[in-house]
Design a protein around this ligand. Structure first.
Ligand SMILES: [Zn+2]
Ligand SMILES: [Zn+2]
Length: 386
């Protein structure tokens, strides 16, 4: 049984350890001198060890590299909970090549008030990009300047403009959403419609039960050349009909996280189901990525699905999966980290990342279906077999 005196002594020791000077945790000399010699300080690093970035393997598609990106990310500079530099670190840890930070123009609760007038606020909508840019350069991440145009009615809803040169001229046109899109397009930005099926009547989204539709208002800006793509997947929401809209109207498909909280709180660490936009780019540069966006060479990868235009999805599959047919035996080799569900008749076989699958098939088999790779609404990719 310890005495009261021993107890007090112990408490005093704890007090000492609780107030260790900062230079101790940084491993500098002499720092332990103030610690009572009876107390042994455990050896170890108080800082997290460096995590290994996720390595996502996807073979080249012809002359194109397949880059991985997220083009819808929020920070503390609108209604996100994370600083811009931390978004850079999260992206690198997730194996991404490129991100756009796209803070809301109209909604910046942490700045106080809702006014967006630059003169009134002495406000600069480029801050998040400017703060994150040096860190991105240091970590070899491509950072794209972007913003979210945020209207509280549907239509029009929300839009992201990416590859901007300066966000402020877009913000200056805040009272007219079409002028905002025009200001973005005039800078050469790629503009896409965000979460078109977003149900949130109090914040400007759809009423519950109201189906999403490509309205005359959206068609107007598309025809004027101010709208170039649509999100087919946002956060955890999938909008299947967008695939058909993009095919019919020659728009680019984008899948994004629209992340507000930390990556850890939203998806955990290096989650393979996390939304990513794949970009078939001639080079790993901002200009090559922009060129690929306008050429519609983007493919969504989210929640284990591939979502894109038939031409590029088929070429991506052929780059990733080798197929050999020998009489009644079909051998499939997946050289990528993208999972494939191979459907033959009514059976689905999992072709996991970086793995092989050997199936016994009818010698007359002429095609197979890739059930989780979609080239239209409820339209899976079909691959002919020689
Ligand atoms: Zn939004
Ligand atoms: Zn957003």
């Amino acid at each position: 049984m310890s005495t009261r005196r021993e107890f007090l002594q112990c408490a005093a020791l704890l007090g000492v350890t609780a107030s260790l000077p900062m230079n101790f945790v940084l491993g500098q000399e002499n720092a332990t001198k103030s610690v009572n010699p009876l107390f042994t300080v455990p050896n170890g690093n108080i800082l997290n060890p460096k995590r290994t970035p996720r390595n996502i393997t996807i073979p080249n598609v012809g002359n194109f590299r397949v880059l991985k990106g997220d083009f819808h990310i929020h920070t503390l500079f609108s209604d996100g909970y994370v600083m811009p530099k931390d978004r850079v670190h999260e992206a690198v840890e997730n194996g991404l090549d490129v991100i756009a930070i796209t803070d809301h123009i109209e909604y910046r609760p942490f700045f106080g008030g809702k006014s967006t007038q630059l003169k009134e606020r002495n406000d600069d909508h480029n801050i998040a990009y400017d703060v994150a840019k040096p860190e991105a350069e240091k970590m070899n991440l491509i950072l794209i300047r972007g913003t979210e145009i945020t209207k509280s009615t549907m239509p029009p809803g929300h839009f992201n403009a990416v590859f901007l040169k300066d966000v402020n001229p877009v913000a200056e046109a805040v009272n007219d959403w079409k002028k905002m899109l025009e200001a973005a397009a005039n800078q050469g930005a790629f503009v896409f419609w965000n979460h078109p099926g977003w149900v949130a009547p109090k914040s400007g989204g759809l009423e519950k039960g109201v189906p999403m539709s490509f309205t005359a208002e959206h068609d107007d800006v598309r025809r004027k050349g101010f709208l170039h793509g649509i999100e087919v997947f946002n956060g955890t929401s999938y909008y299947p009909v967008v695939s058909d809209w993009c095919n019919e109207m020659d728009l680019g498909l984008i899948t994004t996280s629209d992340i507000h909280v930390s990556e850890w709180n939203m998806y955990g660490s290096q989650n393979p189901f996390r939304p990513i936009t794949l970009i078939l780019a001639e080079d790993r540069t901002e200009e090559a990525i922009r060129e690929a966006f306008f050429a519609r060479r983007t493919i969504g990868w989210a929640a284990g699905m591939i979502l894109g235009r038939a031409q590029w999805v088929e070429q991506l599959f052929n780059a990733c999966v080798g197929i050999t047919k020998n009489n009644g035996s079909l051998q499939l080799t997946n050289r990528s980290d993208i999972p494939c569900q191979i459907q033959i008749g009514n059976n689905i076989h999992e072709l996991k990342p970086q793995s092989e699958l050997v199936l016994t098939v009818d010698t007359a088999l002429k095609k197979l279906t890739v059930a989780n790779w979609l080239i239209g609404t409820a339209k899976p990719l079909e691959i002919a077999i020689g």
